[in-house]
Design a binder for this molecule. Structure first.
Ligand code: CA
Ligand code: CA
Length: 567
């Protein structure tokens, strides 16, 4: 077990103590003081506020939460929020043995304290964070190495992302007034989930730290000539604030609220650059952590079932997630202490099923020294060092962390869904993996990096490819013939395929086209490059290679996939 450091990630307030991500350069020295904007208080929230009040998950079968309501009240609990679809209640109680009593109630599956600290008084009447005064930075959009590294600059020319695709930033809140974010901000899919309950008052989603605004910029900052450009500048971003004001911690009930909200609002993709506090890993042998893991697992599965692609950072501890052993950072909301953890203990939401897990690499595509790793634990890799992006108040900063790598992948997922709106979450994950460019284990890793060049414990399937996601990859042969690589195609057996035209170019006379690997029933017009025909019935995934040949018999080729479905 190599355990070099103990920082978490995604928590701005811990930059100095836990160094979860480091500030490389302060681009806009603002010195701004956030000035409170008067926000009228809404109707009083009927929630308790008292010393010793603790928060619990009470878990039932899905859609069965009503059956345990009276038992909760009878044992000194008050329901704070209810997620009936997944059988999860958030309950507040000041009764010391509340969890023990509820565990013996019929219909109750699991009960667990979500925190080791009292519920903040603010939970009874949460404040709307003030908007940061905007001081726009007029610096131009210069080329950025992180975007070029994944081919995002090539993607923008073909497809910058669709306004029909919203990526939700589950984080510390997002500055929706930032000039580089405002054009793409989706307020209708934004909220605060602090304390575990949805709050959709205007501005509730605003920042209580700078982290979420930085993440949002990497995903979809506008291509407007100023500042920087996100991976999918034509897509939309929303803010589902998970972190609470003050502690800035990402408590479990807040996370459950956020995934359910994302799913119910039709969010396409979520980005999760954090771990669920207060436990670095949730262990099933502890009844509290077991309930936490179950509630968060259900919320992520619910989002997955509603078509949401969930992307998460691998974590910044340089920790082998496949060989767990120690943790001395938990619980981080009261008194952390050393404990032994096993592989059954999970980093949430990162290690849950179907989550796209992102490792961080530097500008040379080498593993960042902080990035977590592990056999079968990493999906893909993305740039996470010296990432220049937006911060509250209109400025920009360069930061390091897997927190910065994950949003690059969320952005590529947004491009995939912009080019192919009908892709299921499973298909998006498959394409992210298939299109990633292999990164072999460094020789110097001394065996710590395990696996093949195609897939290993440092980089998973490799570096994500934004250009390929929208079919912007262009192959140029030495002869000067070029052929544009088409995006992946979908078709239904028994029906005519949507005609696809291959486009080649050369200064040396007319181009002729050929193709191998076409799905049965399709042909290519050698003169004009059109692929047409009626797809034969039967499902399949065909790797098609097209060739363009000029008058001097010089050739360029490109490959793409054609997926065929049948009813
Ligand atoms: Ca911009
Ligand atoms: Ca690979």
């Amino acid at each position: 077990m190599r355990r070099l450091s103990f920082w978490g990630f995604g928590r701005f307030y811990l930059v100095v103590r836990k160094a979860l991500y480091s500030v490389v350069s302060l681009v806009l020295s603002c010195g701004l003081v956030a000035v409170g904007v008067a926000v009228p208080a809404t109707a009083a929230v009927p929630a308790r506020s008292e010393a010793g009040l603790r928060a619990y998950f009470v878990i039932t079968a899905p859609k069965q939460t009503a059956a345990v309501s009276s038992a909760i009240t009878a044992n000194g609990g008050s329901v704070y929020a209810r997620y009936d679809a997944i059988g999860v209640l958030v309950v507040h109680s000041a009764t010391a043995d509340f969890a023990a009593k509820l565990r013996s109630v019929g219909g109750v599956q699991k009960v667990g304290a979500t925190r080791t600290s009292d519920v903040p008084a603010a939970a009874a009447n949460p404040a709307v964070p003030p908007a940061a005064p905007v001081r726009p930075d007029e610096s131009p959009e210069i080329p950025r190495s992180d975007m070029e590294q994944i081919g995002a600059d090539k993607a923008w020319a073909v497809n910058p992302g669709s306004k029909a695709v919203t990526v939700a930033v589950l984080d510390t809140g997002v500055d929706d007034q930032h000039p580089d974010l405002r054009p793409n901000f989706d307020a209708a899919r934004s909220a605060s989930c602090a304390y575990g309950k949805t709050d959709v008052r205007p501005g509730a989603w605003r920042p209580v730290g700078e982290h979420g605004t930085h993440v949002a910029g990497s995903i979809a900052a506008a291509k407007n000539g100023k500042g920087m450009v996100g991976v999918a500048p034509g897509a939309r971003i929303s803010s589902i604030r998970v972190a609470e004001a003050g502690s800035q911690l990402f408590f479990p009930e807040n996370t459950v609220c956020a995934f359910v909200f994302a799913a119910d609002k039709g969010v396409s993709i979520t980005n999760n650059s954090y771990y669920v506090d207060p436990w670095l890993f949730a262990c099933p042998t502890d009844p509290d952590q077991d309930a936490i893991a179950e509630a968060v697992r259900r919320s992520v599965a619910y989002a997955d079932s509603k078509g949401v692609v969930n992307v998460a950072a691998a974590g910044n501890e340089n920790y082998d997630l496949a060989e767990k052993g120690e943790d001395d950072t938990s619980p981080n909301d009261s008194q952390p202490g050393p404990r032994t953890v096993t592989n059954e203990c999970l980093s949430l939401p990162t290690e849950l099923p179907n989550v796209v897990v992102v490792a961080s690499v530097d500008s040379s595509s080498q593993k960042s020294n902080f990035s977590n790793y592990g056999a079968a634990k990493i999906s893909v890799a993305a740039p996470g060092e010296d990432v220049y992006s937006t911060i509250p108040g209109g400025g920009y900063q360069s930061l390091d962390g897997t927190s910065m790598a994950a949003p690059h992948v969320a952005g590529v997922a947004a491009l995939l869904r912009s080019a192919n709106p009908k892709l299921t979450p499973e298909q998006v994950r498959a394409r992210l993996a298939a299109q990633a460019n292999d990164l072999a284990c460094p020789v110097a890793s001394g065996g710590e990096c395990a696996g093949s060049a195609a897939n290993n414990s440092y980089y998973g399937e490799g570096l994500v490819d934004a250009a390929e996601a929208v079919g912007a990859t262009t192959t140029t042969s030495a002869s000067g013939v070029t052929v544009t690589k088409p995006s992946e195609q979908l078709g239904v057996g028994g029906l005519p395929a949507v005609p696809l035209q291959i486009k080649g170019s050369s200064s040396k006379g007319d181009i002729s086209y050929s193709a191998v690997g076409l799905p049965p029933g399709l042909t290519i017009d050698a003169e004009r490059g059109w692929i047409t025909g009626v797809l034969l019935r039967g499902a399949g995934r065909y790797k098609v290679t097209v060739k363009a040949q000029d008058a001097e018999a010089q050739v360029a080729a490109a490959s793409f996939y054609w997926n065929v479905w049948s009813f």
